[in-house]
Design a protein around this ligand. Sequence first.
Ligand SMILES: NC(=O)c1ccc[n+]([C@@H]2O[C@H](COP(=O)([O-])OP(=O)(O)OC[C@H]3O[C@@H](n4cnc5c(N)ncnc54)[C@H](OP(=O)(O)O)[C@@H]3O)[C@@H](O)[C@H]2O)c1
Length: 256
Amino acid sequence: MSNDRPVALITGSSSGIGAATARLLSERGYNVVINYSRSAEAADKVAAECEALGAQTLVQQANVAEDADCRALADSALERWGRIDALVNNAGTTRFCAHENLDGLSAEDFHTLYGVNTVGAFQMVRAVTPAMQQAGQGSIVNVASIAGVLGFGSSIAYAASKGALITMTKSLARALGPAIRVNAVCPGFVRGSWLAEGLGEKRYTAMIERLEANSPLARVCTPEDVAESIAYFAAGAGITTGETLLLDAGMHLGRM
Ligand SMILES: NC(=O)c1ccc[n+]([C@@H]2O[C@H](COP(=O)([O-])OP(=O)(O)OC[C@H]3O[C@@H](n4cnc5c(N)ncnc54)[C@H](OP(=O)(O)O)[C@@H]3O)[C@@H](O)[C@H]2O)c1
């Protein structure tokens, strides 16, 4: 199979931010690995959209919390195209629990969220690193969250798992240079099913109205906004590593 197009492996690309990233990178000349954990049909649909945009695709089920799945995902991409130019650690999960409700979270919740959001990303990095080092280049983009910067979001366990991912981004940037750059994007509220289902339609709509009224750019993020910044780190940003980019329409600044 021809290997002149760069290859991007995007975890959790059956919907939302991951799917938007797969489409954008396809448009920009990449072949893409579409990964899902449960949503096979949705992943096939994203792959068809990417192919219509000119990409070759590989669709593979993998639970990033399982190291063997992470290694199999990287191996499949290398077998197919012989290269991995960009890894986007986007797969994520949460549990919604009010921060005041300390009894609402168990140790197991922390382990589950860390297993996917933090350890999963680490395992994927470990799986792709030998090929990127051998090629002398590669870019890794971790999809963290504003929750990991400000300590809010769907639960304390979620915020902590994303905070750890941000710290890990800096450690890995130091450890994997000069060949590999490692950066993180931190979306704020993103339109889509993650929050619509997690908050319920009424709270979801009210939250959008509140954020639009209170953020300097008077809007909330879309999956396509996040994909733009991921693509920037994947293909551009040649001088930048260990960076954390906030994508929240300036909400973290607060309103005067
Ligand atoms: N939505 C927001 O407001 C927001 C804000 C900040 C950061 N983020 C982060 O953005 C990322 C994407 O979220 P999204 O909003 O696009 O949500 P989404 O539409 O629900 O997408 C989540 C994706 O992750 C996959 N996934 C979940 N667990 C997985 C696992 N163990 N192994 C492999 N894939 C797994 C899902 O696949 P299956 O359906 O097959 O399980 C799906 O493709 C997450 O890391 C999230 O923390 C989201």
